[in-house]
Design a binder for this molecule. Structure first.
Ligand code: AHR
Length: 681
């Protein structure tokens, strides 16, 4: 019998031993030939509440990777709007010509808009007269999405050299057709820098497409300089400088409890200069210099800055989980020593917390109000650094921890140097102070590896710091996980949920990928998109299922007659492969909603064959026959979703009958099942 009783140490038995003890139940390496005589039995004891399930268990982790913001969630449609992506040429920009008009573009440092945006685009129109036009065009991030009945907001800063006296025409046009979807005009330009704004409205008959570009046309000769050329589509909640609605809607479906930002390696960068320097990410976008995201090898506009992260939280009712810079550069530059050298960065972290939480009488709270958000944001968790697996973390953590706790004693501080092991042990580099929460990351290479790790926290010390699984994923499938990844994730999530008295938060990573050629730096990302469309992976929907079907009480479960599969763990780098391991062929967790009495029984069948599972509900006065199920399944582990097949693998909700204190349920091959069972106490 496999007993899932995370808080009852006297019942604790090594899951591996338990599984080997289930003699004669091995399913073999492929797992498709169950040899068990009796059905697996899952028993839910409704009279035994093992603990409270964390209301914040499932959330999001985000950073600028795989074009997550620029070319992703952040609504901006113009690539390289500030002309800083290359120091030598105006990449992503090109010239266009009509009827013999010609123009040339170049980078020009002699006419800066300001200190932040100090390189302008010089546009020399060499010949343009009656009917002749010269234009400069931008194709966006692998295209520009054009949709019907939509209003786009274009804005730019411009300055004309004396003698340039013509109007500009702004156009949204298709690459393969001469048709303009929408146009707008700017009658004349000033000889001083000035901001120009126009709207472009598409007609109702426009077919959604992405193979489009933006052009700014000039009809007279002369020279102009441009900066911060921006184009926004309608955004989620109509926020200025806001987010793409389709991706936000997917996230809203998930109902994430929190957002961990701004990284990940993006928080740190390879050098001190390329860290996420939050003070340079606030205010009007024309004042943000952007920075090289060298951790992921492309430039970030920082249009998604600190306030935008917070507003993203506000829009989806997530709590912010703020990661502050802890003095670690990933490559050149190493770490900043604890002590006086670190002090300015500690102050930066305090200022950042004040920007998030301070009222308008504080310096940084007032700055937030000036930036457009007078109300402070509620903040509970602050993480110190990211994956800071260095001996020097101890000193840096202590200094930052002490400074934050002195000013904000109510904040829960997260140690980013923690690592979990299969035996429930967590190690950390922070020795002098004990964090409130440990952030452990787990990326696995196969579904079996995730399945094997699903018991990690069953034996974790309940008196220890709480656990935040701040990055985790079954890395199977690219660019987004396939059904195998989702099955591994679901098995792993049974462990997270079963231990959600102590595992208070978990966030899959990475969250996003632009699936256009060259958009991905890290394979296996939860949500994919191109310029026009987006989709959730099967792993995304597995999380939607778990998060939206979960009670507040964790119930004790046990499983008997569960078969096993033999799995060979990969060899550690430079080391020898460990002996083959047994992993179970069925995963379960049960929670109950204390208000409605509904029991959520999650069952994961990782096998390519059906499994008849005997379900027993103990400790309930009665169990209703009618209930509901939410099931996601597929024919093959490689089944997946994509831009062209966005909902091939999704959960299906159905009415059920035949539930009771004892019933048999056939789990489809490769399936994730949630049974909603009404039980009276
Ligand atoms: O999620 C991708 C990367 O994995 C994160 O940036 C980093 O924290 C981890 O190593």
């Amino acid at each position: 019998m496999k007993i899932h009783a995370p808080t009852l140490t006297f019942l604790r038995t090594s899951p591996a031993l338990l599984l080997f003890a289930a003699a004669g139940l091995a399913y073999g390496a492929e797992g498709d030939a169950p040899a068990a005589a009796a059905n697996p039995t899952v028993t839910v004891d409704a009279s035994q509440i093992k603990g409270s399930s964390s209301p914040t268990l499932f959330g999001l982790m985000t950073e600028e990777i795989n074009y997550s913001y620029d070319g992703g969630l952040y609504g901006e449609l113009i690539a390289n709007r500030a002309f800083k992506d290359s120091a030598s040429e105006p990449v992503k920009w090109s010239t266009s010509a009509e009827n013999g008009g010609t123009g040339a573009i170049s980078l020009d440092k002699s006419q800066p808009l300001n200190d932040a945006l100090d390189t302008s685009l010089k546009f020399e129109v060499n010949a343009a007269g009656a009917g002749q036009r010269a234009g400069l065009s931008n194709g966006g991030f692998w295209g520009i999405a054009v949709r019907p009945s939509s209003t786009y907001r274009a804005s730019f800063y411009a300055k004309a050299a004396p003698g340039f006296n013509c109007r500009l025409t702004i156009a949204l046009a298709g690459n393969d057709t001469p048709t303009n979807f929408a146009t707008a005009e700017v009658p004349a330009l000033s000889n001083e820098w000035k901001k120009y704004e126009v709207t472009l409205a598409t007609g109702a008959d426009v077919t959604p497409s992405k193979n489009n570009h933006f052009t700014l046309w000039a009809e007279g000769a002369g020279t102009i300089w441009l900066q911060n050329v921006s184009l926004f589509p309608p955004t989620y909640n109509d926020r200025p400088n806001g987010n793409r609605p389709d991706i936000m809607q997917l996230l809203a479906e998930y109902k994430p409890a929190f957002l961990r930002f701004p990284g990940g390696n993006y928080l740190e960068g390879n050098t001190l200069a390329t860290r996420f320097n939050w003070k340079e990410t606030i205010g009007d976008i024309s004042q943000r210099p952007g920075h090289m995201d060298d951790a992921w090898r492309y430039r970030s506009s920082d249009g998604m800055g600190l306030l935008e992260f917070l507003e993203w939280c506000e829009d989806l009712k997530m709590q912010p989980l703020l990661a502050v810079y802890a003095g670690l550069a990933l490559r050149n530059g190493g770490t900043i020593a604890a002590g006086p050298d670190l002090a300015p960065y500690v102050q930066d972290a305090l200022d950042e917390i004040e920007y998030v939480t301070g009222d308008t009488s504080t310096k940084w709270g007032a700055r937030r109000a000036q930036d457009g958000h007078p109300a402070p944001f509620a903040l509970t968790y602050v993480e110190i650094g990211n994956e800071d697996w260095r001996d020097t973390y101890d000193g840096r953590f202590t200094q930052i921890y002490d400074a934050i706790k002195a000013k904000y004693p109510q904040l829960q501080l997260i140690d980013s140097s923690a690592r979990s092991a299969p035996n429930g042990r967590v190690t950390t580099f922070a020795k002098a102070r004990k964090a409130d929460v440990y952030d452990c990351h787990l990326y696995t290479r196969s579904e079996q590896q995730s399945e094997a790790r699903s018991t990690d926290y069953d034996t974790y010390d309940r008196a220890g710091p709480k656990i935040f699984e701040g990055e985790w994923a079954t890395r199977v499938g690219a660019p987004t996980p396939n059904l195998a990844g989702a099955i591994g994730d679901a098995a792993y999530m049974t462990g997270l949920e079963r231990n959600s008295d102590i595992v208070i938060m978990a966030s899959y990573a990475p969250l996003f990928v632009n699936v256009s050629p060259g958009g991905m730096q890290w394979p296996t990302d939860l949500i994919g998109y191109d310029a026009l469309n987006s989709y959730g992976s099967p792993a995304f929907y597995a999380q939607v299922m778990f998060n939206n079907n979960r009670g507040d009480q964790i119930l004790m479960t046990s499983a008997d007659n569960v078969g096993t599969r033999s799995w060979q763990a990969p060899a550690p780098r430079g080391g020898q492969a460990p002996p083959p391991q047994s992993v179970p062929a069925l995963f379960e967790v049960a929670t109950r909603d204390s208000k409605t009495g509904v029991i959520y029984l999650n069952l994961v069948n990782p096998l390519g064959t059906p499994q008849d599972v005997q379900v027993q509900i103990k400790g309930a006065a009665s169990v209703a026959s009618d209930g509901e199920s939410v099931i996601m399944k597929g024919d093959s582990l490689s089944d997946t979703n994509s831009i062209t097949e966005p909902i091939k693998i999704v959960p299906v909700t159905a009415k059920e009958s035949g539930f009771g204190t004892s019933f048999v349920r056939t789990l489809a091959p490769y399936s994730i099942n949630i049974l909603k069972i009404s039980a009276a106490r």
